[in-house]
Design a protein around this ligand. Structure first.
Ligand SMILES: Cc1cc2nc3c(=O)[nH]c(=O)nc-3n(C[C@H](O)[C@H](O)[C@H](O)COP(=O)(O)OP(=O)(O)OC[C@H]3O[C@@H](n4cnc5c(N)ncnc54)[C@H](O)[C@@H]3O)c2cc1C
Length: 381
């Protein structure tokens, strides 16, 4: 006799990262039934091992409405999920290493004026006065005073716990290995342990979302990437801002305990699930970090790690309804930048379920963009 547990609910979610968990929480706040299946522990993948940058600055303009919505959610974290997650609006400073970097930061500032990010360009004597700790390679930068940082290991699991407290049925260590649809209902199976039936399915499986999309005839060019992270021993506190570099490269922040968390470069995928930071990437990161922050010259790294993140070629997520299957919604492919916007993406998914539309523009994230008709070349007469 089979002992498989079977349940029916309104919405089934695959993936308990920050996106799936915040969708579960938002759905419960709307009174909608939810079952969330996570194959590991909620928030143990990208959402829990990322750098912890909570920044709007530097995002494509099409992401700024979503990022602004997320900014408001981050501002009420303790009442929403029961912890501040060490979230601080510490400021985010994007460093320019050349005059052309500076010009590009100036362009971004004027293009994003409508979003009220309050960007301030700093260079020359004011730069040295405000950040005496910056290396000579930096010629200036752009400060977003209300952007900041948080501890992903606290924030992401807390979204899942809050969803559970609000009544979501959360099943950790339940990998979804079969998904079916009979035209009206989805059926999700996790081995011989659980079968979930629901009219709505949210595909929030992070870097592993591709097979679910493909299952519904929506193959997308999702690839996995593995950003490298290191943390130093605690050092005397010298820096409040979280740092990035125009054009990419490295990023860094100093936490209250004094450790510097640094990221950049690509790690090594051991297999589809496990990653590690390679020694070459760590050496490159160390050299770049010392160039920007000379105080790190004698610092020891006490831990290195990486994670598995899903990237799409245009570095925009897929967020919205399926083009083939009513009741299916996707939220994946956040391309290295989904921690800040994750909570807003979750709310948008919940709105799509309840209202069939989102109050935040998400047109740029449609899965349709991967299936646009090739323009037909007129045949010469
Ligand atoms: C090292 C690193 C640094 C980063 N730094 C930043 C940053 O500073 N700022 C920022 O905004 N973003 C950052 N990001 C990106 C950000 O972490 C991600 O975009 C975001 O966490 C994605 O959330 P998610 O919920 O979509 O995915 P995930 O957190 O990966 O969650 C997906 C979940 O789905 C589960 N799952 C997959 N398949 C199945 C299945 N078949 N059955 C059940 N469960 C399944 C997985 O176990 C996983 O827990 C970084 C990412 C990495 C890796």
């Amino acid at each position: 006799m089979s002992s498989i547990k079977t349940l029916r609910t309104d919405v089934a979610i695959v993936g308990g990262g920050i996106v799936g968990s915040s969708a579960a929480l938002a759905l419960r706040q709307m009174g909608i039934g939810v079952a969330l299946l996570e194959r590991d522990l909620c928030g143990s993948r990208s959402s829990g091992v990322n750098f912890g940058g909570v920044r709007r600055q530097g995002r494509p303009l099409s992401q700024l409405p979503l990022a602004q919505r997320a900014h408001r959610i981050w501002g009420r974290l303790p009442s929403l999920i029961g912890t501040d997650g060490e979230y601080l609006r510490s400021g985010h400073f994007k460093i320019a290493r050349s005059e052309s970097d500076m010009a590009s930061l100036e362009r971004y500032r004027s293009q994003s004026l409508d979003f009220d990010l309050g960007l301030e360009l700093i260079s020359d004597a004011r730069l040295r006065e405000r950040c005496p700790w910056l290396g000579a390679r930096a010629v200036g930068g752009s400060l977003c005073v209300e952007d900041g940082q948080a501890n992903p290991r606290l924030v992401s699991p807390a979204f899942a716990l809050a969803a559970q407290r609000a009544g979501a049925q959360v099943f950790e260590r339940h990998a979804v290995d079969e998904v079916a649809h009979d035209g009206a209902m989805f059926m999700l199976r996790s081995g011989n342990a659980l079968e979930v039936h629901a009219p709505v399915l949210l595909n929030c499986a992070g870097a592993w979302s591709g097979p679910i999309a493909t299952r519904f005839d929506e193959p997308v060019p999702l690839r996995s990437g593995n950003p490298v992270m290191v943390v130093t021993e605690p050092m005397p506190h010298f820096m409040d801002w979280s740092l990035g570099v125009e054009g990419g490269g490295i990023y860094g922040r100093q936490v209250a305990r004094g450790n510097l968390v640094l990221g950049g470069g690509a790690g090594i995928a051991v297999d589809a699930d496990r990653t590690r930071a390679g020694s070459d990437a760590i050496a490159t990161l160390a050299a770049q970090a010392i160039e920007l922050l000379p105080a790190l010259r004698h610092a020891h790294f006490i831990r290195t790690w990486s994670g598995t993140e899903g990237y799409l070629p245009d570095r925009q997520p897929v967020l919205g309804p399926s083009r083939t299957t009513p009741g299916l919604f996707h939220g994946f492919g956040f391309s290295g930048a989904g921690f800040q916007i994750g909570p807003a993406a979750g709310e948008v998914l919940a709105e799509l379920v309840r209202d069939g539309r989102s109050s935040t523009p998400i047109g740029a994230f449609s899965i349709e963009r991967f299936f646009a008709e090739e323009p037909t070349t007129p045949t010469p007469p």
